[in-house]
Ligand binder design. Structure first.
Ligand code: ACO
Length: 428
């Protein structure tokens, strides 16, 4: 017999179905609660609310498990390529050789962006943040492909839009950087790998021959894999909810980029490095900063610590910490900021405040250090995260459309004024 939950409201008992996931996760289905009882549930920040039944990513925050479509993140980070993982997330399983060839080929075919888009870049002020540009550019892409407005077209058309976005996001990201630098843009070279093509567009110049360092190429590929999906996080939920209004995929991804930008989400990787530099420039007194983070009167938080779902450790942070050590030693980089990071981790992990609250370094604590070593400028860190997260957003959007999910529309408990009469201006 299937499980049920019982709830007593105003002395009356109601039964609610219990849903069990494939990893034995339990949820009480409250979707009919309001229509049967008149009550809604209240859960600010959706800390305890499942918004969907999803088959893409499984994570167990207590045990530190993360799997894409059943495959452990550790195996994927070690053995797969980013485009293989992107295919896995979007199509549901790992590609065979022909499928991967088709996918890679299609992505390579669509890397160019319309030349008119250069005019948009030219109009941004000096110092414009690349995340602002990227979000606007992706939304603008929809205007070049008016046929993409309808998300319910045949799969082949939808697939083309997905491939276009995966192909064009690195091009637009690199162009944003080039415009900031005042350098000429580099066009994509489609015989290069996905990551090498991006690095060449970022760091190549028409005047010199830029050789992509395989160590950098590998490290970047691994970072993108680690960021590729993370179930119903802030930006993925944004993508699903925007998409649920039947807005086109470009608009949904643009909204996801905007959500990711915040320092409590993807923007943390930039904030971590800025914080570590601040600590270093302030003399490196780590205890002082840990104490500030604990002080409830002080708005300072240790960036890169804590996670909504990981309360023991972030499995991605473990992989990335090792990768940071490897990359830095292979590249021969001696980064004092990394030393501060290591010591800060030590101090915080011994502190009762952090232990009690389950605050551990998250993926962003170390990703910024690697990006720095790869030569990526700080304000591009969150852009790198966006490139990595893109397949996850697309997979989440696709699942939402295929499940024919209703428009996302939470309710509220109203706590404002009760009814009152309008008073003319001269009587107020
Ligand atoms: N520094 C100091 N205290 C913290 C920190 C931190 N980084 N994170 C959480 N806390 C404290 C809170 O003040 C709160 O304390 P209290 O119980 O005494 O009130 C307690 O820990 C719980 O924190 P919440 O903010 O309620 O936890 P929530 O799950 O809502 O937030 C979040 C998670 C946003 C990630 C938070 O830990 C944070 O702000 N971290 C720093 C930013 C960061 O690194 N974000 C990246 C997340 S990973 C990602 O998006 C890829």
């Amino acid at each position: 017999m299937s499980e049920i939950a019982r709830i007593i409201l105003d002395g009356k008992e109601y039964e609610l179905p219990v849903i069990t996931g494939s990893e034995n996760e339990k949820a009480i289905d409250i979707s009919k609660l309001r229509s049967t009882t008149g009550y809604i549930t209240l859960d600010p920040g959706f800390k305890n609310t499942g918004s969907t039944e999803s088959a893409i990513t499984f994570l167990d925050g207590e045990k530190g498990i993360l799997r894409y479509r059943g495959y452990p993140i550790e195996q994927l980070a070690e053995k797969a390529s980013f485009l293989e993982v992107a295919y896995l997330l979007i199509y549901g399983d790992l590609p065979n050789i022909q499928e991967l060839d088709y996918f890679r080929g299609s992505i390579a075919q669509h890397t160019l962006v319309h030349e008119d888009m250069k005019r948009f870049f030219a109009a941004y002020p000096n110092g414009a943040h690349p995340m602002g540009m990227l979000s606007a550019m992706i939304a603008s892409l929809s205007t070049f492909y008016p046929e993409s407005q309808n998300p319910n077209r045949p799969f082949k058309d939808i697939e083309l839009t997905m491939h276009r976005i995966i192909a064009k996001l690195p091009t637009l990201a690199a162009q944003a950087y080039k415009f900031t630098m005042g350098h000429p843009i580099m066009y994509p070279k489609n015989d290069l790998s996905y990551t090498a093509n991006f690095l060449n567009q970022m760091f190549g110049l028409p005047t010199t021959n830029y050789e992509v360092d395989p160590v950098i190429d590998d490290a970047l590929d691994k970072l993108l894999i680690l960021h590729a999906d993370h179930e119903q996080n802030c930006s993925a939920s944004t993508v699903r909810i925007v998409g649920s209004s039947q807005a086109n995929l470009y608009s949904a991804i643009s909204a996801g980029i905007a959500a990711l930008w915040g320092p409590l989400h993807g923007g943390a990787n930039q904030a971590v490095i800025e914080m570590l530099e601040k600590i270093k420039n302030d003399g490196g007194d780590l205890q002082k900063w840990v104490d500030k983070a604990k002080d409830k009167q002080d708005s300072f938080r240790l960036m890169g610590f804590g996670h909504r779902v990981y309360k023991n450790f972030d499995p991605r942070a473990r992989i990335i910490k090792k990768a940071a050590d490897d990359v830095l030693s292979k590249l021969g980089v001696n980064d004092p900021v990394l030393e501060i990071a290591k010591k800060l981790e030590e101090v915080a992990l011994k502190d009762e405040y952090f232990v009690e609250r389950g605050l551990y370094p998250n993926v962003d604590f170390y990703s910024g250090i690697i990006y720095r070593a790869l030569g990526i400028p700080t304000d591009m860190f969150t852009v790198m995260f966006a490139i990595g997260r893109l397949p996850g957003w697309i997979a989440q959007w696709k699942e939402m459309i295929e499940n024919n999910e209703p428009i996302g529309r939470p309710r509220q408990v109203y706590v404002g004024a009760t009814v009152r009469d309008y008073r003319p201006l001269n009587e107020r």
